[in-house]
Every structure is written in structure tokens, then in C-alpha cells.
Design a protein around this ligand. Sequence first.
Ligand code: GLA
Length: 393
Amino acid sequence: MNKENLIKQYKAIYKKSPTHIIRAPGRVNLIGEHTDYNEGFVLPIAIDRYTNMFVSKSGDNKMRLYDVKYKEKEEFDLNIIKHSQQKKWSNYQRGIAKVLLDAGYKISGMDVLIFGEVPEGAGLSSSASIEIATLLSFKELYDLEIKPIELIKLARKAENEFVSVECGIMDQFASLLSKEGHALFIDCRSLKYQYIPLSIQDYSFLICNSMVKRKLSESSYNKRRKECKNALRSFQKIIPGIRALRDISIEDFLRYGALLSKKSRKRVEHVVYENERVKQAVEVLKKGNAKAFGELMYQSHISLKELYEVSTEELDLLVDIGKDESGVLGARLTGAGFGGCVIYLVEDSCVEKLKEKISDVYYKKTGLIPQFYEVVPSDGAVPQKLRLEFRGA
Ligand code: GLA
């Protein structure tokens, strides 16, 4: 769907033109899974798939929404923001409006047309991209002074408190602040970040959607969070003063891990070594060592499968198919798991062959037709040239 077409639709619905077009990308995480809410390290990139929002002030206190994909309208009053059971997709906009109002920002209504390109339920952060696009729309229309880190925190708050997914901070961060051609290395405790150039020439990242929607993902995700909290509590009895699983070193884990219950030990082991892998990944990327990076991806997947237990048979199969193909350096599930996507690091000249092989073997074994996304590491929602406005993040 092109821009002109969407503007035409906007005019047909709202009898006026949009004053702003805002877009925010989805993301794919290269490595560092389930570490963000344990105050650890992550390494995502933004992808060139966006939630596009065409907006203008509504002139009253109402939010009017039209979602092109669902072909559905929705409307709510900013004075009474409640959950919608019927049109769940609108809960993201509701949540964002609510957190802004609760934080004391002066906003009023908007007329919105939404065109989402980020696949849903695939672990590519369509939710975060909607949240960030909605926040930026309010920011632009009502001249809100909000620093990027504050925007990121508000978006996460909306998801935690309104949508009730206790997500960490990675997705919103990546959607807002990623940089073209770079991975975003985030310390999820200090919220300091660094851009790591992706100078692994002749290799690209290929994403493959297992087409298994992340069923029950919310409850399973929240369950993992609880398990981490329990494991932390047990560890705090051994090493008082630690604040998060991030504070456990490999030495601590090797010395005291045996004192934990089996489940806690597995979860902690994943987090401790995954944090280490992210730091190593940054180092090998800086050296342009694609092979070493791919190795870390495989290790991460095994850990997510065996220790954190968030993989599925389909995701494992996709990773295994990659292992046997020439030109594939690494593969792992990406995002929360329980379905969704696998990301491969593959030599450019082997991408087509890999896609064919996957399509063939995966369909034969599962009856599912996988979907592929060849993605380019992209800018976050705040374009680089406008970043100056945001100085002081
Ligand atoms: C989801 C969450 C993130 C992160 C990942 C797992 O995408 O939204 O905060 O926890 O899962 O790494």
C-alpha cells in the first residue's frame, strides 16, 4: 500500500488531510534474550518494517482510530480510558494516552489511520512500534517536551500496566533509538547505549517466521519473569545486596548455583551466560568476525531451548536446518520465544538456497509455510538528522 493511497483513505474517513505521518520500526534482537528485565545486556537492530500512523488533531477529546489491516474503526474518550475487549488492537493507543495523561502531559484527541507492516505475534515487536508511533504522534501534535529515555519508559509502562505484559525495555528502546547499519548495545540497568557498526561484509541477517503464533506467550512470558524473581530471592540469601540476576557473575554461579532449585538454576545459568555472550558479541562484531558471532548465536539458542525453555519444536527445526546448510554461520530464536521467528546469519550468496531448503524441509515436517523477511538494520523512529532535538537522552 503506498502513501498516496493511505492519505486518500484518510481523507475519505476523516474528510480532511493528515497533518503528520509518523512511523516507528519493529526490531529484531541479534543476541541477549530475556536479559533486559534482569537488568542485563541486549543487542537489537531496528528493521525496515514500520507501523505508519497518519494523524491530525481531532479538535475534541476523542481518539478516533482506523486500522487498515483490520479494516476496523474504534473511538474512545480521553476522559474515560478503559480496556477494549472487542477491539484489543486499540489497547495500545489507549494505554499510551493513559500513561501520558497520568504523567501530566497536556494532550487532546487525534484522528488516526494506522497501517502496520510489522508482522504480529512474530517476536518482531509490532507492539512496541505501535506504542512508539502513538507516543511520537502525540508529541508532534501537542508539542510535548519529552526526552527519548522518558518516551521509552512511558511506552514500556503502557505495555506493562495497560496491556499487562511485563516486558523489559529493549523493544521500545530499539524502535526509537536504533541507528542504520548498526546494532544497539543497551545496558538495561544504566540505560546507556552504544552503536556497534555491523561491518560484517558479505553476510546478512535473514529472519524466518515459524508461523507458530506466540500462543499463551503473555502468560508464559510473565511466568518466566516470576521465575527470575524467585531465583533472585534465593540468590540474595546467598549473596546479600544483589539487585538483579545481572549481578551474578559466572564465578558466583559456579560456586553457588548448586544451592538453587533445578528450575532456578537453569534460568539463572541462561541469564548469566547470555549476558556474557552479548558482551563477547559486541567485541567480535567490532572486529568484523562474523564466524564468532554466528557461534554465539547458536550457543544462545541452545541455552534458550535447554535452560530457559522458551523454544518450540518448530523453532528448533528451523535452527537445525540452518546448521546443515553451507554459508550459514549462526541461527537462533529471536524475541520472547514460544513461537515467532528464527534469525540466521548467512552469506549473501547463500540466502536464496537457504530459503529454498527451509521452505522444503519445514513444510514437509510441519505442514507450515514459513515466511521470510530480509531486513536491513535501520534507523529508529527518530531519524538521525532530527536527533539533535533530542540531545540529553
Ligand atoms: C519480548 C519483550 C522484551 C524482551 C524479549 C526477550 O520481546 O518485550 O522486553 O524481554 O521478549 O528477550
